[in-house]
Write a new protein. Structure first.
Length: 337
């Protein structure tokens, strides 16, 4: 999902863009801590995902109408975005946090930028630098610390697999987001892609989640955050309006004012925010090795997505990826979760 920005606009709006990127990271980071109490109150994870995506799609509907030409111009992009970046990532992530801590699920999901390098190297068969490989090794090593492999995989294995599923969906999004990057002014508007992605995601999740069987009474009651009662409707409102609509919109606008690299770095704060909020609001504590491992995962993902190869046989310097550029765009604009 390309975003074309002039140098002058970046210079003039740098501070505003940085502020918007911070808002986006904090908004996305609050989705798990707000959604988990709803799941624990009796809602199925898929029902929470459906409520989130359907509510956000309703709010973004005017933008879908405004950019309705995208249905004709980029049907495959819209379908892929809805299936992977919206339905896939959200469903796997919310299912994972019903079984493992929010911070761990999000840190596992942050393997995605490093996994993009695997796609580039083994699927696209493009060269990957030693720096990129080092980033992947760091990320995998950090993940081993997060799950405490020396303790015999103390975390729920299914929960970890679900979090990895979310990471795989993010990889699909990063690769897909590179489509049309050479289209110039004909590139699809990112807000329109988000709006239609939410609509497609809603349609898919309606079939999968079957919301007509939801226990709607839960939304009229209270959920508990570390023993403290909170109105369920308030948590849902936060998930829809703040953690989805505000997060997506500020994230996309921030990329227009910042370079994708800067916005991508700021987006890494999402994992930190989610972990801290889960600690403060849900009482989910991480051990010292897990905290260190989480930091290593983020460093490894950051190194992998920023790496560029040296001179090729032709003497021309090439950027590794549709991998690197699309990962930066995807992480800055979407987010993950």
């Amino acid at each position: 999902m390309p975003v074309h920005t002039s140098r002058s606009s970046k210079g003039q709006g740098g501070r505003v863009g940085l502020g918007l990127a911070l808002v986006s990271a904090f908004a996305f980071g609050g989705s798990g801590p707000a959604a988990k109490p709803l799941i624990e109150a009796g809602l199925d994870p898929l029902h929470v995902v459906w409520l989130r995506v359907a509510g956000a799609a309703l709010v973004m509907l005017p933008l879908a109408v405004r950019h309705r030409d995208l249905v004709r111009r980029r049907p495959a992009l819209l379908a892929g975005f809805g299936l992977l970046a919206v339905a896939g990532v959200q469903a796997f992530y919310f299912a994972s946090i019903s079984r493992i801590p929010v911070g761990v699920a999000l840190l596992v999901e942050y393997l995605a930028p490093a996994m993009v390098l695997g796609w580039v190297r083994f699927v696209q068969r493009r060269p990957v630098t030693r720096t990129a490989a080092a980033g992947v090794v760091l990320a995998v090593g950090g993940l081993a610390c997060v799950v405490e492999v020396w303790a015999g995989l103390s975390f729920d294995l299914l929960g970890l697999l679900l979090a990895l599923g979310a990471a795989c969906c993010q990889v699909g999004y990063f690769v897909l987001s590179d489509q049309g990057s050479d289209a110039g002014n004909e590139a699809p508007d990112p807000l329109g892609v988000i709006a239609y992605g939410l609509l497609v995601g809603t349609a898919v999740l309606t079939v999968v989640a079957r919301p007509w069987g939801m226990d709607w009474a839960v939304l009229g009651g209270s959920a508990h955050m570390d023993g403290r009662p909170v109105p369920a409707w308030l948590l849902l409102g936060w998930v829809v309006l703040i953690a989805t609509v505000l997060a997506y919109v500020t994230g996309v606008v921030s990329v227009r004012r910042l370079s994708p690299q800067v916005a991508g770095v700021v987006a890494c704060l999402e994992a930190v925010v989610a972990t801290v909020l889960a600690w403060v609001l849900l009482g989910e504590h991480l051990s010292a090795p897990q905290v260190v491992g989480g930091a290593v995962v983020l460093v490894g993902a950051f190194v992998a997505q920023r790496s560029v190869p040296g001179k090729g046989a032709s003497g021309a310097a090439e950027v590794v990826a549709s991998g690197r550029e699309s990962a930066e765009r995807g992480e800055a604009a979407a987010g993950r979760r």
